[in-house]
Write a protein that binds this ligand. Structure first.
Ligand SMILES: *[C@@H]1O[C@H](CO)[C@@H](O)[C@H](O)[C@H]1NC(C)=O
Ligand SMILES: *[C@@H]1O[C@H](CO)[C@@H](O)[C@H](O)[C@H]1NC(C)=O
Length: 205
């Protein structure tokens, strides 16, 4: 009798373990990916391998610009047979999937700075609404700074203060600048400037 109870105990324990292990675990190998503007990028996503025959839905979304706005839908794949790519991403977004090995990578072609955002990969078990998971990764599209636009505020005269400002219209990450001053012989001068003639140059660092 004691022996039968022992076996029953083991069975209960085993079924308990089975329930928890059926939850789909979704992972993203890195938290951040950097890519140059115009290039193609693949954001990897992995999920726990499905037992053959299980149906899953994979979806990729992106976080909206304004916090609190609904997520931007990119694409949805259903292992029963259909893939839907949102109009905005048609021809540019592809799901590189393999349900048997748990691969659900998102490929984005010709990235622009508007693609700099957080992406989420979600996988749902179609046979069990409550079984699903998601992972996020940030994509940063690098943009070389455009030539800086320099402005002078105030009159460039003796005894007048002038303020030189320098900005680039674009650049990710935001570029920082330093000022260099050359005298009339084109020799780099130490900062701060002591003489009043010469050329000031703003350089991105
Ligand atoms: C999906 O759900 C079904 C029904 O609950 C379950 O039998 C199966 O193990 C689940 N698959 C995964 C990988 O969670
Ligand atoms: C991006 O992918 C497209 C389509 O596969 C290809 O034609 C293009 O050459 C790729 N661009 C780069 C920069 O690799």
């Amino acid at each position: 009798m004691a022996g039968t109870l022992g076996i029953l105990g083991i069975c209960l324990l085993f079924s308990g373990v089975r329930v928890t292990s059926s939850a789909i675990s979704v992972t993203s190998p890195a938290k951040e990916y950097k890519i140059a503007r115009g290039d193609n990028v693949t954001i990897p996503c992995k999920f726990a391998v499905q037992p053959v025959g299980d149906s899953v839905q994979i979806s990729w979304t992106a976080v909206a610009d304004v916090s609190g706005d609904p997520a931007i839908k990119i694409l949805t794949f259903n292992s029963l047979g259909s893939t839907k790519v949102q109009t905005k991403y048609k021809g540019r977004a592809t799901l590189l999937q393999d349900v048997l090995t748990g691969k659900a990578d998102l490929q984005l072609l010709r990235v622009t700075s508007a693609d700099t955002r957080v992406y989420e990969c979600g996988v749902e078990n179609l046979s069990n609404e409550e079984d699903g998971g998601s992972a996020t990764a940030k994509l940063i599209v690098l943009v070389a700074p455009s030539p800086p636009i320099c402005k002078i505020e105030g009159k460039a005269e003796y005894y007048q203060d002038v303020k030189l400002t320098c900005v680039s219209e674009e650049g990710t990450p935001t570029p920082t600048y330093k000022w260099q001053r050359y005298d009339t012989n084109n020799i780099l001068q130490p900062n701060p400037p002591k003489a009043t003639d010469g050329v000031c140059v703003c350089v991105c660092v």
